[in-house]
Design a protein around this ligand. Structure first.
Ligand code: NAD
Ligand code: MG
Length: 390
């Protein structure tokens, strides 16, 4: 490893990918970029390749790969361009790679993230949907390969930082949620919400899919499932707390009455830097927290009547098997339909509930079973969306 970590960034052109490269650029003697990957943002990828000089750049779409190759050739870049889903898995598992940032959005990241885990890499997990879909398989693969799985989601990163070295004495995980842009909105107001309003998160700048999930609180639902797998706790040992300022990123409550919290400015470069350098600490570029400027921290319970997605996620976890994969697939389809103007924001939970109710579940013995459940749920979701189109 010659002291320099070779890093593959899956989803480098997205919000987490860009923040990851920002942290890496601050520490050129610690990190080198082995590979960058994206779906189709050729221009941004070209610029990243010229700046970070990765060994490989992978574009999911063949036409984008060709386009990138021509651009890089003109710029006399030495980066080798690959195309397709197989190549994503290859650069995640390659022998020369130490660390993989898993930052593809949604189910699309499942195979590449899994491939990094099976290869025993240090995996920085932002792609929560992959873990939600196949939690038992993921955790089994981590144990089998010796991979180091570090959570990047700010809540889970905070919990990881507050977790006891002994692993004992924890009574509860307290996941904080900002409440999103519709925290104070009535159901009637949410019925008329536009994609732009849903994506205007008050505290965090993120990709569009996770922004909508934050507005519906499905993001918190996915995070409850994520926490149960990562920290090996049951649903009863998790609680979601609305904390509008997003300064406390989550907390761990102990049997002796102590509660440990991790605080900071809401900027994903903090958990990313923590994951990259763990167990050390490095500069992330994030400003120090001005605690006097913050001055107050508020907390309240979630209104599950207005935000039914949270309970749908809990229900999927209770049902087990492929239920969480079905939930995730139905949510992805519903969110895409909302973002393209097909359905109302408040129809998102209705689509998910119908799909969950109409799907027979299987035991996720391998990724193929999970993928089948995902595909069947998407098909059903499309039919439900078709009937709900406005
Ligand atoms: P984003 O939409 O900004 O970026 C997604 C990245 O994935 C892009 O590089 C895109 O090219 C790539 N991608 C999209 N579809 C793909 C496909 N089919 N195949 C291959 N690559 C594909 O998303 P984001 O906000 O950066 O989120 C990434 C992941 O991190 C998500 O799972 C999200 O839940 C999680 N996360 C994000 C934040 C945040 O602040 N943005 C915080 C916590 C967790
Ligand atoms: Mg989060």
């Amino acid at each position: 490893m010659n002291g320099v970590q070779q890093v593959t960034v899956l989803g480098s052109t997205g919000s987490i990918g860009v923040s990851t490269l920002d942290v890496i650029a601050r520490h050129p003697r610690r990190y080198q970029v082995y590979a960058l990957t994206a779906q189709r943002s050729v221009e941004r990828m070209e610029q990243q390749c010229l700046e970070y000089r990765p060994r490989y750049a992978v574009m999911l779409e063949a036409r984008s790969a060709e386009d990138l190759q021509q651009r890089l050739r003109r710029a006399a870049s030495e980066t080798e361009v690959l195309g397709g889903a197989e190549a994503l898995c290859e650069v995640a598992a390659a022998a020369g790679v130490d660390t993989v940032m898993a930052a593809i959005v949604g189910a699309a990241g499942l195979e590449a993230t899994f491939s990094a885990i099976k290869a025993g890499k240090k995996v920085l997990l932002a792609n929560k949907e992959a873990l939600v879909m196949a939690g038992s398989l993921f955790m089994q693969a981590v144990r089998g390969s010796g991979a180091v799985l570090l959570p990047i989601d700010s809540e889970h990163n905070a919990i990881f930082q507050c977790w006891p070295a002994s692993g004992s004495g924890v009574s509860k995980i307290l996941l904080t949620a900002s409440g999103g842009p519709f925290r104070e909105w009535t159901w009637e107001q949410m019925q008329a919400a536009t994609p732009e309003q849903a994506c205007a998160h008050p505290n965090w700048e993120m990709g569009r899919k996770i922004s909508v999930d934050s507005a519906s609180l499905m993001n918190k639902g996915l995070e409850v499932i994520e926490a149960c797998w990562l920290f090996d706790v049951g649903l009863a040992e998790t609680e979601v707390v609305i904390h509008p300022q997003s300064i406390i990123h989550s907390m761990v409550q102990y049997v002796d009455g102590s509660v440990l919290a991790e605080l900071g400015n809401p900027d994903m470069r903090t958990p990313i830097a923590y994951g990259l350098a763990w167990p050390e600490r490095i500069d992330s570029g994030v400003a120090a927290l001005d605690i006097i400027g913050v001055s107050r921290l508020d907390f309240r319970a979630v209104d599950v009547q207005r935000f039914p997605c949270l309970d749908l996620a809990r229900e999927a976890l209770r049902r087990g098997g492929t239920a969480a994969a079905v939930l995730n697939a139905a949510n992805e389809e519903a969110v895409a339909a909302f973002l393209s103007g097909g359905i109302a924001f408040t129809t998102i939970p209705a689509v998910i509930e119908t799909v969950l109710g109409q799907t027979s579940l299987a035991e996720p013995d391998d990724l193929a079973v999970v993928r089948q459940a995902d595909a069947a749920a998407r098909q059903l979701a499309q039919a439900v969306i078709g009937r709900s189109c406005r």
